[in-house]
Write a protein that binds this ligand. Structure first.
Ligand SMILES: Nc1nc2c(ncn2[C@@H]2O[C@H](COP(=O)(O)OP(=O)(O)OP(=O)(O)O)[C@@H](O)[C@H]2O)c(=O)[nH]1
Ligand SMILES: [Mg+2]
Length: 510
């Protein structure tokens, strides 16, 4: 369908809600939308990037749409927060009036500065007895957030998401800030924008949430994002209502992507499948890092032998692509240990399959961790047979806790040498460059052919050697026990003398 020439129109602003965990971001959005997401969230925290539209009636009676992005406050989700801010036109920095500025408040502020968008401060929870607006404002000031009327220019509102006080004022301020930005778009142009989240739905297939930044997406077209594309047949708004046309400034969910589109990728619309395939093919040639660095088993073995290092393969499966970053972030917080490497061999979206478990089979059994996904039966069976740990969680901190424990189980133990035998050298028969032939008596434990021995003078280790052969009388034997005399050939670089000792040992890890 040819698109007509047209003029730019004002489009709804995209507003990212950011701030410290539990400061009331989702509850504020709930109040704005009058629904109740927070009660449905696992663990009561936000762990995905989600998009909503809300309609606000301004003071002069005009109804205007605002698109909101709810971001998680938990520190593990930093990459989701920055993704939310990258597509946003305006940010709302949520700060609890009870707590004031906290670490992720400052982190969010830093990200806002990086993307250079205007922001306002929402001081939440003013209905709570512990709320102290003065103190909260002072903490903002202390951290260089200069509020309007208090020596600065940052607009701010005190509000309660329980009583609704201040919420309408916040929405007015958001629209004001957006109008100052002069946001416009041309709905007649082909749609373009950003992929903000992507997931695999067992029932419906691969889908993605997009924010249309300019133009519109029409039903019957195709969208292309990096090397993946989808028909726009199944296109829904944020509530799951089918759409024929997705307008600028709106979030839209499209089902049926040929591959999982990378989050943060730009998308555009094209008219035919052929064009879509061609664009995707070119994009695939141009980039797309190989998804998983595959572990080279031979290389792995060599390293391990050399450094006594343990490599634990980790496979991450999540409901939405963005969650894997949070898992990796949690991993990075584990104590560093030269002898242990957690290697993320694969991260993917969707149910845990036997293919995932296979990647975890190895010298050190791997870990497959899932977030909000199912585990296929074959995967469970295979994992059990190979001692691969598989677990699924719906709350990030529980996942992190389990991961810590699993890693701990695999941490290499201290290497120890335990004495298995001690012999006293009685006589030296001959000694060449690398071999000595000697006679002795086993005093403790046993001496065996092939054993590695320490050569001790009093208690000092002169060096080490290997038992090449043993004789009892004139008969070659494999082993000499305590109390018996023997003849032995030892491969060693040191020069032992009578009354030195040979100590056989085993290497153990505890
Ligand atoms: N009384 C009162 N409670 C609030 C208000 N806003 C949030 N809460 C409560 O504070 C808790 C945390 O709120 P959430 O909205 O889940 O916080 P969040 O910022 O979305 O948290 P994350 O998504 O995990 O970062 C919940 O128990 C809310 O009911 C408010 O204005 N008044
Ligand atoms: Mg939340």
């Amino acid at each position: 369908m040819p698109k007509q020439d047209s003029i730019a129109e004002v489009r709804p602003p995209v507003v990212a809600i950011v701030g410290h965990i539990d400061h009331g971001k989702s509850t504020l959005l709930d109040y704005i939308r009058r629904t109740s997401v927070t009660q449905k969230e696992a663990g009561g925290i936000t762990q995905h990037l989600s998009a909503y539209e809300a309609v606000h009636k301004t003071q002069n009676g005009v109804e205007r749409t605002i698109t909101f992005l709810d971001t998680p406050g938990h520190e593990a989700f930093a990459s989701m927060r920055s993704r939310g801010l990258e597509v946003a036109d305006v940010a709302v920095l949520v700060v609890s009036a009870e707590d004031g500025v906290k670490p992720q408040t400052l982190e969010a502020l830093k990200l806002i500065d990086e993307v250079k968008i205007p922001y306002l401060v929402a001081l939440t929870k003013i209905d709570k007895p512990g709320a102290n607006l003065e103190r909260a404002r002072a903490s903002l000031l202390e951290h260089g957030i200069y509020l309007e009327g208090l020596g600065g220019a940052v607009p701010h509102v005190a509000l309660s998401s329980k009583t609704g006080e201040g919420v309408s004022e916040l929405l007015d301020l958001i629209l004001l800030a957006a109008d100052l930005e002069g946001l416009s778009a041309d709905p007649e142009k082909p749609g373009s924008g950003v992929v903000i989240e992507a997931h695999v739905d067992n029932r419906r297939g691969t889908s993605a949430t997009l924010i249309v930044e300019d133009g519109s997406i029409e039903s019957g077209e195709f969208v292309v994002a990096a090397d993946s594309f989808a028909p726009t047949r199944i296109m829904e708004n944020f509530m799951g209502t089918p759409l024929k046309r997705a307008l600028p400034g709106r979030p839209v969910q499209i089902v049926g992507f040929s591959a999982l589109p990378p989050i943060g990728a730009q998308f555009k619309t094209v008219e035919s499948k052929k064009e879509a395939e061609e664009e995707a093919r070119l994009a695939a040639l141009a980039s797309r890092p190989k998804s998983a660095p595959v572990v080279d088993k031979k290389e792995e073995k060599k390293e391990e032998e050399e450094k006594m290092r343990v490599i634990v393969p980790l496979i991450i499966k999540t409901d939405a692509a963005g969650v894997a970053d949070a898992v990796v972030h949690e991993l990075e917080k584990l104590p560093k240990d030269e002898r242990l490497e957690i290697r993320v061999v694969s991260r993917g979206v969707g149910a845990i399959t036997d293919g995932d478990v296979k990647l975890g089979i190895g010298t050190t059994p791997g870990i497959v961790v899932g977030f909000n996904v199912k585990v296929e039966r074959e995967a469970r069976d295979l994992a059990q047979r190979h001692n691969v740990s598989v677990e699924v969680f719906d709350v990030i901190y529980k996942l992190a806790q389990w991961l810590r424990e699993e890693v701990e189980k695999r941490r290499p133990k201290e290497k120890q040498e335990e004495r298995t035998g001690l012999a006293r050298i009685v006589k030296l028969f001959s000694s060449t460059k690398n071999r000595v032939v000697l006679g002795g008596r086993v005093e403790e434990g046993e001496l065996t052919v092939g054993a590695e021995v320490k050569i001790l003078r009093r208690d000092l280790e002169l060096g080490r050697g290997e038992v090449v052969s043993l004789q009892s009388g004139k008969t070659p034997v494999k082993k000499i026990e305590a109390g018996s005399e023997f003849g032995a050939m030892i491969k060693t670089g040191v020069d032992p003398a009578p009354s030195d000792k040979l100590e056989a040992f085993a290497v153990v890890y505890r």
